[in-house]
Design a protein around this ligand. Structure first.
Ligand code: UDP
Length: 451
């Protein structure tokens, strides 16, 4: 018995170092994972860059936060774009990350069980190799977008690439990955293709991780997860959605709670909630068409207009018109909003966190993807789970009005909501004891506890 206790004590002391990309959509699931692991007895160190840092809070008791000195200023992100910034940042920061781990090892008497790093912070692998610490990837996107990045890389390596821009090839289904088509593999809004392919090569070629964690549930993405299991030849742990398992607030912007009071005054399922996440920027023309369409729909709406999210500012006159039916905030408590009985639909850019949060509350969606992986998520929302409609092409007020009515007023929307509620129950069951995500977290913990 005392031996067991001693072992437990030894295990409880074991430390996990988390290395997130410090962008909202990556930080949030990382901090949730940290919380889930700390609830299972691990000590957590968060090693983060100098920009957009999460601060210690009551939500993360006992967490250690350390800073990796950055040699690349944040302003370079604008100049280089996110893809080239990521490549350069990884090259430059390799040495400072090694120093950071060396210090942590000294401080914690070699007691680091594992480094769990964001797929896009791959330079950590060099430190892990040098100090012989196991490392595990955490991809914060959907399994399907991870797979589509892998397929793109494979095609490139096999020199099959020139064909992909052919419109017939684009409509073809990727083998064993129905309904993923070649057109879904081509990322949009991320700049030229070559740096993107270079990034994929870097991520794949440097990979020595011994497992991969995905914030998804097998009831959502079974075929993509099977593909990952077969192709990657390392254990895959689909343990999401993490925001249900370990809710934790890591919002970089202050959430405006006044919108909950406004929602309290609205009729059940009447409101359309609109948010484009933490990065997307929309043309003013598109925002104006949205505003007209929303107003003409006669449905109440709650719209998150983050500062900088519209290319030029919104004309005052329009703000006044919008405020008749709508309520505008700079940043909302999104999970509470989606859980509110007044919300009938979510107009989303289809970031993966937003997608999971909407599914977990059974809210159907209007999909308006902006960047790379979001169009894969939108395709799943519309065509695989059938819980949303996509707006394609140029946004126009009549189309917006119709989409809102289809979702909130029409029978079509009611059917989508029914399916969304069924999906919600499946997802919730997967994180409860005995469910697939619950078991995947258990397996990960067993793995992290073995020496
Ligand atoms: N979010 C929020 N308030 C808002 C808008 C978004 O708290 O007003 C949160 C949302 O709940 C989600 C995250 O920001 O967890 C956005 O992540 P996502 O992956 O959806 O998109 P990204 O920001 O990475 O494009």
């Amino acid at each position: 018995n005392s031996e067991v206790k001693q072992m437990e004590k030894k295990q409880a002391k074991r430390r996990i170092v988390l290395v997130p990309v410090t962008l909202q959509g990556h930080l949030t699931p990382f901090m949730q994972l940290g919380k889930a692991l700390s609830l299972k007895g691990f000590s957590i160190t968060v090693a983060q860059g100098q920009f957009n840092r999460v601060s210690p809070s009551q939500d993360f008791p006992g967490f250690q936060f350390v800073t990796i000195p950055e040699s690349l200023p944040e302003s370079e992100l604008k100049r280089l774009g996110s893809v080239e910034f990521t490549i350069k940042r990884n090259k430059i920061n390799e040495a400072s990350f090694k120093d950071c781990i060396a210090q942590l090892l000294m401080q914690h008497g070699n007691d680091i069980a594992c480094i769990i790093y964001d797929e896009f912070m791959y330079s950590c692998e060099a430190a892990a190799r040098e100090f012989k610490i196991p490392c595990v990837i955490f991809t914060t996107t959907s399994a399907t977008s991870y797979v589509s990045r892998c397929v793109l890389n494979k095609l490139n390596a096999e020199k099959f690439f020139s064909d992909i821009e052919d419109s017939e090839v684009q409509e073809k289904v990727v083998e064993n990955l129905y309904p993923l088509r070649y057109k879904h593999l081509l990322p949009s809004g991320l700049g030229p293709l070559e740096p993107l392919l270079e990034l994929r090569r870097e991520v794949v070629n440097k990979r020595t991780a011994s497992a991969i964690i995905v914030n998804t549930s097998s009831c959502l993405e079974n075929s993509s997860l099977s593909w990952m299991q077969q192709e990657l030849k390392i254990p895959v742990h689909p343990l999401g959605p993490l925001h249900i398992t370990a809710s934790a607030s890591s919002s970089l912007l202050k959430q405006d709670m006044s919108c909950i009071e406004w929602l309290n005054k609205q009729k059940p399922r009447s409101v359309i909630y609109i948010s484009m996440g933490s990065l997307a920027r929309m043309e003013t023309k598109e925002a104006l068409e949205m505003a007209w369409g929303l107003s003409n729909s006669n449905q109440p709406f709650l719209w998150v207009i983050r500062s900088g999210s519209i290319v030029e500012s919104f004309p005052d006159e329009l703000s006044k018109m919008v405020s008749k039916r709508g309520y505008i905030v700079k940043w909302a408590p999104q999970i509470e909003v989606l859980a509110h009985p007044a919300v009938g639909g979510f107009w989303s850019h289809c970031g993966w966190n937003s997608t999971l949060e909407s599914i977990a509350e059974g809210v159907p969606m209007i999909c308006r993807p902006f960047h790379g992986e979001q169009k894969v998520n939108a395709m799943y929302i519309e065509s695989v789970w059938s819980v949303g409609i996509q707006l394609e092409g140029e946004v126009e007020r009549g189309q917006v009005e119709r989409a809102v009515k289809r979702l909130i007023v029409d029978e079509e929307g009611a059917c989508m909501r029914e399916r969304a509620l069924v999906l919600k129950e499946k997802v919730k069951a997967s994180v409860r004891a005995g469910g697939s995500s619950y078991n995947a977290l258990d397996e990960l913990i067993k793995y992290l506890k073995t020496d």
